[in-house]
Every structure is written in structure tokens, then in C-alpha cells.
Design a protein around this ligand. Structure first.
Ligand code: AHR
Length: 493
């Protein structure tokens, strides 16, 4: 048995959780939209063609904001193709994923779906093949009440889309219309100015790096923010993690990389703030993150052109789910600066929700830690004093075997914790003497004798959280045992 300790004190606060930390992402990619959220003719389709079985799971997942319509897709997208009578919309070749895009779903349908799913849209504009004009017209279409060409074409009530991404991964050579930092910085600034002239109330996200491993990471953000600091509110970050070979210990410690990424990004933004004598702070929109077995993906250039191909439909194991839970712990730990997070993606494409065309919808293993963190991780994140045994990993060096975050809301404290040891349970002593009103606790955990166990259409509930015996909470001290390779939620009230 490993032994670790945590001290929770309400005086030590990191920040308030912005509910948008629990966002997700719908891209016109693979089967995320078509046969994912939208499938006319499906037994559970509503009158607009949206799958109500998927929407019910989206609500259960607890995502308050969803980024749309890409991703790499947005960098070749003409949003005007997706408005007007559905039967008259063109079918286009999407170069990002070498797919046929029928435009049956466009901005109007997405906003209608978002309302039924109770989510706020986070809209991205195309700064790959397009620019200022298309972006400002889209803001006009979505947000002006009427009396102008684009807003009258929309009709009805404005959509009031508050937050907008200025392109997607423009630092990546794979991106359609990839740019240097200087090229992007100028375009982002001028596009931001025009979009805000249409609707001054919007918030804007500048593209940061598509990964911490990008050769331009750091200098890209410094260049972009030096140019566009006053015109934007957030800088984005994207990160995907996978297990390399049999190195599970490194994979289980992926959150240490996310921690470093966020801290380096914040340091870069704050450096630009200091140099430019700016007052406001630029916060982080971590608008793509997840486990993705990218090394197994053959790449879009080898794809034969198809409509709604099965692309990157990764099936997540218990281990993957524990990593997802740990990445959420990292986001919570940085809640003072990370205001938006988007689990990429929402349905079928590296997603917590899977569907079959004409068939069932079910929860992947990774659905569970996400849904529970979103449901119970609201309030103030507390700074923990954490003592844990460590071990050595090939990719991240020495890492603690225990990772945890605590969120306080009224009379409740919820601790999210991961035991990264593959073999040994962890006894955790939690000191909550500074919160004398806490007298009871529950323990929910995700773990399995088989860390590779997955959920499938045939066995959709093979992996699910379990309720363990209530841990002892006595004299301000809680004792809990975390199983090996597990994600845990301790609720103290
Ligand atoms: O989420 C899949 C892809 O990953 C997105 O389209 C892109 O932005 C990222 O590289």
C-alpha cells in the first residue's frame, strides 16, 4: 500500500471554476455531425433530424459550451453553403478530411441543436482560405437583430453567439492556409477588429499552438499576442495524449505535460502583458484536448473521398478514462487562467459518446469521469498541500503517484483524485480540520481488474463508476483507499 496525504483549507483558493471549462467540440469530421448528432430517419430523430438519444447523453455529460464547426475543417469552410433551403445546398469536397460535405447541417441547424442540448455555441471562423469579410458577415448573420443584408437573411431572433475562435491551429503545416506567426497575427488582429465593429459584445480567442511539442510553441504566442493583445480575450491551446508502446506509466502521467503547457502559455501571455504595459490578462481557452491514438491514424492524405467516413473512432479503455479524469484535474488546478476547455470531440470522433447509424448511442469509459467532474466540480478550486510517493517515468521524469484537485461549493468539498500506480492501492489521509462542518463522505471510483476494458454497442455498461464503502471521516481527517490505476471522486458534506 502506498501512503499519501492531502490538506484542504478553504483559505487557499485557486479560483472559481468557469462552467465553460467543461465544454466540448463538434466538427464536421467523420461521423460527429452526420449519424452522430444528426440523422434524419433514425428512430430517435426529432422533427429536425437530430438524434434525441445522442442529445440526452450530451445533457448527461454536462457540456455547457460546444465549439463548432472545426477544427481543421473550418479552414476550408464556406459558412454560406450551410444556410438557405437544405435541398439547394451544395455538396463540397472538404480537403481537411478528404470527405464529401453535404451541408445538410449548417449554422442554423447547429444553433437549433445547441438550444435543445442546452449548450452555448463557441463559433470558429475560417482564417485559412478566407478572412475578414467572411468572418464579419458571419457575426452579422448570427448576432445582429435585423435591418442588414445578412441578419435579414437569417430572420427571427439573433443567435447572440458570444465567443468566437479566430481560425484553428494556424501554426500547423497541415492546416489549410497555414500561416507564419506574423501573417496570422496581422490577419487575426484585423479580423478581430472587424468582427467587434459588427458586435462589440463578443469575446475572441486567438490561435495558440496546436501542441506543446510544436517547434514554434512560445514564440508563436508571443508574436501573435504582441500584435493582437488588446483585440483578443483568450489564447488557445490544444493537446492530445496517447500511450506509446507499453509505456503506460508515462501515459498515466500525461497531466504533468498539460500542467507544464498551461503554465508556459500563461507565462508567455503575461510576458507580453508586461512588455506592452497592458492592463487586462489574456486567459486560456484549452479548446481541444483528449486522449487520441494519433499514431494509429493513417492521415487524411490517404483517405479516399467519402461521405461521413468512420474517422478516428477511438474506443476508450479504463486507462484512457483515468487519463481523461486526470487531465480534468489539471484544468481545474489552473482554473484561475483556463476559462474554457473543450473535450475533443463530442460524438464518434475521439469522443465520449458513440452511436451507430440507425442504431444505439452509448457512453464510452471516458464519459464517466467527465460527466461526474462536470456535475460536481463547480465552485471554488482550492490549493491543496499534497504529499505523495513518486516514481520515474520515461517521458515525464519523476512524477507523483497521486494527483488531485478539490472544489468547494457551500458546505461541500469534492476531491477528484487519481492513483497512477498500476499495481498498488493508495491510502490517502485528507486533513479537513479547517472545515469542521464536514462530517460525511462518499467515494465513487472508476477502475477495473482489466485496465483495457472498454464499452461497446454490445456491452455499453461494461465500464462504469462504482460506489465504494463510505470512507471514514473523523475529527477532521478522512481516510480513503484509492484502487490501483483509478480515478476517484470523494464527496465531503
Ligand atoms: O480533433 C481532431 C483535429 O485535431 C482537429 O480538426 C484539429 O484542430 C486537431 O488537429
Amino acid at each position: 500500500m502506498h501512503v499519501a496525504s492531502l490538506t484542504v483549507d478553504p483559505a487557499y483558493r485557486i479560483g472559481e471554476v468557469d462552467p465553460r471549462l467543461y465544454g466540448s467540440f463538434v466538427e464536421h469530421m467523420g461521423r460527429c455531425v452526420y449519424t452522430g448528432i444528426y440523422e434524419p430517419g433514425h428512430p430517435h430523430a426529432d422533427e429536425r433530424g437530430f438524434r434525441t438519444d445522442t442529445t440526452a447523453l450530451v445533457r448527461e455529460l454536462g457540456v455547457p459550451i460546444v465549439r463548432y464547426p472545426g477544427g481543421n475543417f473550418v479552414s476550408g469552410y464556406r459558412w454560406e453553403d450551410g444556410i438557405g433551403p437544405v435541398s439547394e445546398r451544395p455538396t463540397r469536397l472538404d480537403l481537411a478530411w478528404r470527405s464529401l460535405e453535404t451541408n445538410q447541417v449548417g449554422v442554423n441547424e447547429f444553433v437549433a441543436w445547441a438550444r435543445t442540448a442546452d449548450v452555448e455555441p463557441l463559433m470558429a471562423v475560417n482564417l485559412g482560405t478566407r478572412g475578414i469579410d467572411a468572418a464579419r458577415s458571419l457575426v452579422e448573420y448570427c448576432n445582429l437583430p435585423g435591418g442588414t443584408y445578412w441578419s435579414d437573411l437569417r430572420g427571427g431572433e439573433p443567435y447572440g453567439i458570444k465567443t468566437w475562435c479566430l481560425g484553428n491551429e494556424m501554426d500547423g503545416p497541415w492546416q489549410i492556409g497555414h500561416k507564419t506567426a506574423h501573417e496570422y497575427a496581422r490577419l487575426a488582429l484585423e479580423t478581430a477588429k472587424a468582427m467587434r465593429q459588427v458586435d462589440p459584445s463578443i469575446e475572441l480567442v486567438a490561435c495558440g499552438s496546436s501542441g506543446r511539442q510544436m517547434p514554434t510553441f512560445g514564440s508563436w504566442e508571443a508574436t501573435v499576442l504582441a500584435e493582437a493583445y488588446d483585440a483578443v480575450d483568450y489564447v488557445s491551446a490544444h493537446a492530445y495524449y496517447e500511450q506509446h508502446g507499453d509505456d503506460r506509466d508515462s501515459f498515466l502521467a500525461s497531466a504533468t505535460d498539460m500542467d507544464a503547457f498551461i503554465e508556459e502559455l500563461v507565462a508567455t501571455a503575461d510576458h507580453v502583458r508586461a512588455v506592452g504595459r497592458h492592463k487586462k490578462r489574456i486567459n486560456v481557452s484549452f479548446d481541444e484536448w483528449n486522449v487520441w491514438y494519433l499514431s494509429r491514424f493513417e492521415g487524411e492524405t490517404n483517405l479516399e473521398v467519402r461521405e461521413r467516413p468512420r474517422l478516428i473512432e477511438d474506443v476508450y479503455s479504463v486507462t484512457d478514462a483515468v487519463v481523461v479524469g486526470n487531465l480534468l484535474i489539471s484544468l481545474l488546478r489552473h482554473a484561475d487562467r483556463v476559462r474554457i476547455g473543450c473535450l475533443a470531440q463530442l460524438v464518434n470522433v475521439i469522443a465520449p459518446i458513440m452511436t451507430e447509424p440507425g442504431g444505439a448511442a452509448w457512453r464510452q469509459a471516458s464519459f464517466h469521469p467527465f460527466a461526474l467532474t462536470s456535475a460536481h466540480g463547480r465552485g471554488t478550486v482550492l490549493q491543496l498541500a499534497l504529499e505523495s510517493p513518486v516514481h520515474e517515468t520515461a517521458r515525464h521524469g519523476e512524477v507523483p503517484l497521486l494527483d488531485a484537485a478539490a472544489v468547494r461549493s457551500g458546505d461541500q468539498v469534492v476531491i477528484f483524485a487519481v492513483n497512477r500506480s498500476q499495481t498498488t492501492p493508495m491510502s490517502v489521509d485528507v486533513d479537513v480540520r479547517s472545515l469542521p462542518s464536514l462530517s460525511a463522505a462518499t467515494h465513487t471510483a472508476l477502475f477495473d481488474d482489466d485496465p483495457d476494458a472498454v464499452n461497446t454497442a454490445a456491452e455499453p455498461d461494461r465500464v462504469k463508476p462504482r460506489t465504494l464503502d463510505d470512507p471514514k471521516l473523523d475529527g477532521g481527517r478522512l481516510q480513503a483507499v484509492l484502487p490501483p490505476l483509478s480515478w476517484n471522486m470523494l464527496r465531503l458534506s
